[in-house]
Design a protein around this ligand. Structure first.
Ligand code: GLU
Length: 501
């Protein structure tokens, strides 16, 4: 690539960032890093009606949390700033004027009422009203009135919009890196509004002007923007600018059924569709961060939504993703979202994480439960249970018995407590009392020697023993539990079981 790669993520701050938007940001990030380029974040807030306070900060915080922060954005390396469109407002008018002067655009004075009337009239005839070459010369536009009259109406303060004058009778062939050549018939396009008399550009104009001024080389965005590609390429052409390359990413689909993944799917099936929690007056939408996902796991599962490197490899660090990523290997077809698989990814990262780090995350939960134990002990417990956990928040349920003696015993498992059990448990206590090196392997060796020497079946001791310590037939290796809770507590729990059954 001769030119320095520059790609952007250009969200509109209309609410929390959907996980699909996060994937768009991630693919832009990976592509930039892979090519030694720049990834920048531009906030597209030209539609002030849809602006939601806090959304911009949310987007930045989400990218930071995921470890894919932009190289340039508001307040950071503002090489082509401002990075917020509402602060670039003064720039757009001259570009709209340029298109008027070169006959690529025209003024339209139609009122909302007259457009409504046209729509109704078409509907009555079973047709759809499209503002384009079919009717633009029958409407209230500068194409049918004189230059002087147009200037007069503008000077008078008549409300207007500037519309793109889409060329007629052209089939345009455009290249998309993921989809190959895509054909568009210009006769089917409408003359989109580019600029309004309130001085604000629309998304289309601002997006093209900014991508040009910010030297964007590749536009990587969601499939929902594919229908805008012909207009965007025609705009570049109209301005006489080289167009960037385009890549439209596949949709992220619902886990069950058809269609795009929505917040409702998340609510129904109990998984987040936002990276971070989002609070509004109506309630709280859960986020991957607050649910206990590791950012690395979220990045990993998102990268595989619509892309793979051609092998079966599933676990990638961010650096590995950067090295392996290839836009040409992104799929055309939509990618099904699988919440169970996402949890599996988190489990993989949890197992890989250092026990001491997990212990640091678990310690505050224990404090909340009323236990302050040494970090060494928590680390040891974590090492025993993490293999079966998906989240740090699973730890308490899996390790409660390390901190509190059972107060009740699993009813089904209690059938393992037989008539001869109290006597055997008494003997076990005596054996345990005699062990001075109270470590898992040593305790196991001595207890097993005792059972073999006295021809006592394994199940007869081990199941009631576990039941006494845990309250159920679950948990890690029994002798590891014995070591961690210690001799005194082990014996106390066996005694308690003897009197309880
Ligand atoms: N502001 C648009 C959005 O909200 C950007 C689309 C694009 O990347 O061109 O997604």
């Amino acid at each position: 690539m001769s030119q320095q790669v520059r790609v952007r993520f250009a969200p509109s701050p209309t609410g929390p960032l959907h996980i699909g938007g996060v994937r768009t940001a991630l693919f832009n990030y990976l592509f930039a890093k892979k090519n030694g380029g720049t990834f920048f974040l531009r906030i597209e807030d030209t539609d002030q009606n849809r602006f939601v306070p806090g959304a911009e900060e949310y987007i930045m915080e989400a990218l930071e949390w995921l470890g894919i922060a932009p190289d340039e954005t508001i307040g950071k390396n503002e090489k082509f700033g401002p990075y917020k469109q509402s602060e670039r407002k003064h720039l757009y008018q001259e570009y709209a004027d340029q298109l008027i002067n070169t006959d690529w655009a025209y003024y339209a004075f139609d009122t909302a009422e007259s457009l409504d009337a046209h729509r109704k009239e078409h509907e009555e005839q079973g047709k759809t009203f499209i503002y384009n070459h079919h009717n633009r010369e029958k409407l209230d536009t500068s194409l049918v009135i004189s230059k002087e009259e147009t200037a007069k109406r503008i000077a008078n303060g008549d409300a207007y919009v500037i519309r793109f004058k889409t060329p007629v009778d052209e089939i345009i062939h455009l290249k998309d890196i993921i989809r190959g050549i895509v054909k568009f018939d210009t006769n089917l396009l409408d003359d989109k509004v580019l600029f309004k008399s309130d001085g604000m550009p629309t998304y289309h104009l601002a997006n093209i002007v900014d991508d040009h001024l910010m030297e964007t080389t590749h536009v990587i965005r969601g499939e929902e923007w594919l229908p805008s590609m012909p207009l965007h390429v025609l705009l570049y052409h109209a301005f006489g600018w080289a167009a960037p390359e385009f890549a439209h990413l596949p949709l992220i689909l619902k886990p069950v059924g058809n269609g795009k993944l929505s917040k409702r799917d998340g609510d129904k099936l109990g998984f987040p569709v936002f990276p971070l929690e989002w609070k509004t007056a109506e309630g709280i939408s859960s986020g991957y961060r607050e649910k206990g996902f590791f950012p690395e796991a979220v990045v990993n599962f998102l990268a595989l939504l619509g892309w793979n490197d051609g092998t079966d490899k599933e676990l990638y660090s961010l650096e590995e993703l950067v090295a392996a990523f290839d836009l040409e290997r992104v799929h055309k077809a939509g990618a099904k979202f699988d919440p169970e698989k996402n949890k599996w990814f988190n489990h993989q990262y949890l197992v890989q994480a250092a026990d001491a780090d997990l212990a640091k995350d678990y310690a505050p939960i224990l404090v909340e439960k009323g236990f302050s134990t040494s970090i060494e002990r928590i680390t040891k417990i974590v090492s025993l249970i993490k293999e079966r956990a998906h989240f740090v928040s699973d730890f308490w349920e899996m390790s409660e018995f390390f901190f509190v003696a059972p107060t009740e015993y699993d009813a089904k498992a209690s059938k393992n407590w037989k008539e001869e059990t109290p006597e055997l448990m008494q003997q076990l206590i005596t054996v345990l009392e005699g062990i001075s090196d109270f470590t898992s392997v040593n305790i196991e060796t001595i207890v097993k020697q005792w059972m073999t020497a006295n021809e006592i079946g394994m199940g007869k001791v081990m199941q009631p023993f576990r039941l006494s310590l845990v309250g159920a037939l679950k948990g890690p290796h029994l002798f590891d539990i014995v070591e961690v809770i210690g001799k005194e507590e082990t014996i106390a729990r066996i005694n308690k079981a003897i009197v309880s059954f």
